[in-house]
Design a protein around this ligand. Structure first.
Ligand code: MRU
Length: 394
């Protein structure tokens, strides 16, 4: 059974509550943009592409339900303004992942174009918005499958030893972080699908444990051979098991790739990139073009979200009685000294110099002979077989 974090049909959206995983699979209804904002802020849904899609679809459900009650304005401009205001609000939920801001910009353009069209009405603006938001859900899965194929091909081509390869990943970039299949985890799925994966290693991903709770859950769910390590074990892993297990690459996702290739991703990514360099292991960022932000020149311009200290000092899970888990007794326990000051940045920035390639749905972008990433070409329709955006109105 395919793991589905986002269940959508017109007028209805459900998200798998990721704070309850891996021990309980509970879906939450998202009926409005306010519900979507809170689901994103609380991290019941998370991962750069999933955040953007849940925001877009949460608003789609809200508008559809307003229309179903015959309460949608018949005036195109009024619906346009309503949608734009809601999108501006949704963007404030989490600042680092650019996919949300990118989706908002594209959807604002869609409603603007629809509103300016000859004979437009409130209903035609609503329909244009719904079609564009729904297309984002479809596009994300096909983009991820393409990312998986390109990344797998690149890794197998660049592996220094022949035979099956192992891959280390960080955080969660799979079906739970996207509309389906995943980015970095999609690359691992694709290598596995070709029978070329020896083992996936996933980090625990402190402080919020997206690796041990979510990636490990997906790997077990899909029966992919995998081993969990704590973040602090990565160096020892590369030294002691790297050559034996043929660890050919570290593949991570991204929340924002700046124009120069500097990449914001889950905190701990930067350390892994340094380790990859030290151990001669390839370091790849896997992300759709919606994560590449040509407006942001370098990592220094990326806003890094800081989250509550209790995400580091407390941990939540079902009670363990020494032999079994009692799933009905979920408890939060303190794992740090009371009163300690806490710094909890959710992301860090890996400098472009440490990144060997950015795997997109268009292919793997490597640095040019000038040592610099050039992303412009993957956005130009017609070049490199680039498909134009399928989002209506663009
Ligand atoms: O704080 P999170 O869990 O939303 O952080 C997620 C990540 O950092 C992912 O690596 C990134 O969003 C890419 S998900 C395909």
């Amino acid at each position: 059974m395919v793991l589905q974090a986002i269940k959508y049909k017109r007028g209805e959206l459900q998200i798998l509550d990721q704070l309850k995983l891996p021990h309980a699979e509970v879906y939450d209804e998202v009926k409005t943009s306010t519900d979507a904002w809170h689901a994103i802020k609380d991290m019941r849904t998370r991962g750069a592409p999933a955040i953007a899609i849940v925001a877009a679809l949460g608003l789609a459900v809200e508008i559809e339900n307003i229309a179903a009650k015959n309460e949608l304005s018949s005036i195109a401009e009024e619906v346009e303004v309503f949608v734009k205001e809601k999108l501006d609000y949704l963007v404030t939920s989490r600042p680092t992942a650019v996919n949300l801001a990118d989706a908002s910009r594209k959807l604002q353009k869609v409603v603007q174009t629809a509103s300016a069209a000859e004979g437009s009405s409130g209903s035609s603006v609503k329909d244009a918005y719904l079609r564009a938001a729904e297309q984002m859900l479809v596009d994300d899965v096909s983009d991820n499958e393409a990312i998986g194929r390109h990344g797998a091909e690149w890794i197998l081509k660049h592996a220094s030893q022949s035979g099956q390869v192992s891959i280390l990943t960080h955080c969660n970039t799979g079906s739970l972080a996207t509309a389906g299949y995943g980015t970095a985890l999609g690359v691992i799925r694709s290598v596995h699908g070709q029978g070329a994966l020896k083992r996936a290693y996933c980090t625990e991903t402190r402080p919020y444990n997206q690796g041990s709770r979510l990636t490990a859950f997906e790997l077990v769910h899909d029966k992919i051979p995998a081993t969990l390590i704590t973040d602090s074990m990565a160096a020892a892993l590369l030294r002691l098991r790297g050559p034996v297990d043929n660890i050919a690459a570290i593949v991570v996702g991204a929340d924002r790739v700046a124009a120069n290739g500097d990449t914001a991703n889950k905190v701990g990514t930067y350390s892994l990139a340094i380790l990859a360099k030290q151990h001669g292991v390839k370091f790849l960022v896997a992300a759709p073009r919606t994560t590449i932000d040509l407006e942001t020149k370098s990592g220094a311009d990326i806003t890094i979200e800081e989250r509550a200290g209790k995400e580091m000092t407390m941990i939540k899970g079902p009670r363990y009685n020494g032999s079994t888990l009692d799933l009905t007794q979920v408890e939060t326990v303190s794992i740090a000294a009371n009163g300690i000051d806490v710094w909890n940045p959710a992301f860090d920035v890996t400098p472009a110099e440490l990144i060997d390639g950015v795997v997109t749905e268009m292919g793997v972008v490597e640095k040019g002979s000038d040592g610099v990433f050039h992303f412009e070409s993957i956005f130009e329709a017609g070049k490199l077989g680039v498909k134009p955006s399928t989002v209506e109105g663009l």
